[in-house]
Write a protein that binds this ligand. Structure first.
Ligand code: FAD
Ligand code: NAD
Length: 475
């Protein structure tokens, strides 16, 4: 006999566990299946995000930022230490502790909301039946759902000729767990992971070289922002080689030899460690039974419509395994929306206002369109900007680098995009997301009182500048 549920969620990452909690809150009998096992051998729900993604990377970014500031920035404040040292195993243990706390918290939340948790691999069969193969090797369990939510996430893309070995040639998992600071670190792909994890080890003393295939740096970001960011990261010692294709990599005598091709021809690099961060792909291995009827797209994503319904009635999919940006908050919002749709409530996701953040120092954050996208779409727009170098709080805190750039429709003045490169950009962008969600205009932001002295005044000034009336810069 199969146990019956109104909702069965396969995958316990930010898409899956959030969907399960919301479904349970709405009074639906819910199960969540996740196969992730923590370093302690115990279930560790939270997916990539909590275990080997968003959270551990931010823990290491924060640790390495303290170390870097101690060495390079505190002097200006009159603070000195005789000798700064980094204890890598302690830093990694702290990161693991943060992960443990949060994944344990997810287990508690699932329990508290009366979600039945299964630690194992879920496989969807016909008519919304699900088989769970327990992670501890126990007997297969059969479940039956009125609704199934697939939230199986993503895995790193491997490039031909550059095989992961988990020690010298690694993905995000390996680069979050180095036991010492590599003298030299090669990074293939100067995207989000490359920049964040490259920053961690660069701050701790590695010589970091990023090998990026595209001729443009951070092609998704607005060009004014990516240009400033490239300059700043170079100053920090990150060596970003654009237009560089990696051909192969091999390990010899504890070193990684990498062959590349760029405009000048073929070349080689030798590194102590190599991080491959060239994007992620949807993970559906073992998830879909042969006759379950769920279709995949040509690029391997689970095919869904704009309400996250798959090709099978009652089967939904959210997060990294479907179309759209691979971001934790996007996955969670989709999970909530699906749970609400199942419960018969209205729900909708505005993909146009999903914020992006790159947690470098300074941070990069944006919402909406870039100037290049508006030009390509022939949209008439006006631009306003404000440098943090003219913001009192930024100067007081020693964060003068970067700017806010705002784009608004020429006729209606509706905000079409905001791009920030600067300290706390990850927090500052929320105000702009709210403004855009309410279809706000630059005039709205210009008229809203911003506390002084705060970094958010740079957003206020960018809005004023858009109308030629900034106070603290020339117009
Ligand atoms: P996942 O988090 O991947 O979770 C899927 C879960 O399902 C996993 O636990 C997996 O083991 C499990 N699973 C898969 N198949 C099955 C099955 N058949 N049965 C049972 N369980 C299964 N995003 C941000 O928004 N901000 C960030 O700062 C950020 N930083 C990142 C840093 C790194 C290094 C990486 C790698 C990613 C980062 N991301 C970040 C992306 C973010 O982690 C993902 O977008 C997010 O985790 C996707 O959530 P998800 O629920 O779709 O999938
Ligand atoms: P990415 O798409 O951000 O960057 C990959 C980079 O690798 C691109 O610039 C691409 O041009 C380059 N590339 C691809 N093939 C190459 C090759 N053969 N040689 C050299 N360069 C090559 O992917 P990622 O950094 O692996 O991250 C994956 C996803 O995880 C991101 O897209 C993002 O959705 C998510 N993520 C988000 C955050 C965040 O929100 N702060 C942090 C980390 C990861």
């Amino acid at each position: 006999m199969s146990e019956k549920f109104e909702v069965i969620v396969i995958g316990g990452g930010p898409g899956g566990y959030v969907a399960a909690i919301r479904a349970a809150q709405l009074g639906l009998k819910t199960a969540c299946i996740d196969n992730y096992t923590g370093k302690d051998g115990k279930p560790s729900p939270g997916g990539t995000c909590l275990n080997v993604g968003c959270i551990p990377s931010k823990a290491l970014l924060d640790s390495s930022k303290h170390f870097h500031h101690l060495q390079h920035e505190y002097g200006a404040h009159g603070i000195s230490v005789k000798e700064a040292a980094i204890d890598v195993p302690q830093m990694i243990a702290r990161k693991d502790g943060v992960v443990k706390k949060l994944t344990g918290g997810v287990s508690q939340l699932l329990k508290g909301n009366k979600v039945s948790f299964y630690h194992g691999k879920g496989r969807l069969g016909v008519d919304r039946s699900v088989q769970v193969t327990p992670a501890d090797g126990g007997d297969v369990v059969s479940l039956q759902g009125d609704n199934i939510i697939l939230a199986s996430g993503s895995v790193p893309i491997e490039i031909p000729g550059v095989a992961f070995d988990g020690e010298f040639i690694v993905d995000n998992v390996g680069a979050l767990d180095f036991d010492h600071v590599p003298e030299t670190l090669g990074v293939i792909g100067a995207g989000v992971i490359g920049l964040e994890l490259g920053s961690v080890w660069n701050r701790l003393g590695s010589k970091v070289i990023l090998l990026e295939a595209l001729p443009d740096f951070l092609a998704l970001a607005d060009k004014d922002i990516s240009k400033q960011a490239a300059r700043e990261f170079k100053k920090q010692g990150m060596d970003i080689r654009l237009g560089t294709m990696v051909k192969s990599a091999s390990v010899e005598n504890g070193k990684v030899n990498v062959t590349v091709e760029d405009a000048k021809g073929k070349g080689t690099h030798t590194f102590d460690r190599l991080l491959v961060s060239v994007g992620r792909k949807p993970y559906t291995d073992g998830l879909l039974g042969d006759d379950c009827g769920v279709r995949l797209t040509d690029s391997g994503q689970i095919e869904v419509n704009d309400q996250s319904q798959t090709s099978v009635a009652g089967v939904w999919a959210v997060g990294d395994c479907v179309r759209g940006p691979m971001l934790a908050h996007k996955a969670s919002e989709e999970g909530i929306a699906v749970a609400e749709l199942i419960a018969g409530k209205p729900a909708h996701i505005h993909f146009d206002t999903v914020p992006w953040v790159v947690y470098t120092d300074p941070e990069i954050a944006w919402v909406g369109k870039t100037e290049q996208e508006l030009q390509a779409a022939d949209v008439e727009y006006r631009t306003g900007s404000f440098p943090f170098a003219a913001n009192g709080r930024a100067l007081a805190g020693g964060h003068a680098a970067g700017m806010v750039k705002m784009l608004a429709d020429t006729e209606s003045d509706e905000i079409l995009g905001v791009h920030i490169f600067g300290a706390n950009a990850s927090e500052l962008i929320s105000e702009c997301v709210v403004a855009m969600e309410f279809q706000g205009s630059s005039e709205d932001l210009a008229r809203i009182i911003h506390a002084h002295p705060t970094l958010s005044e740079a957003i206020h000034e960018a809005a004023l500048h858009l109308d030629g009336r900034a106070i603290h810069r020339g117009n």
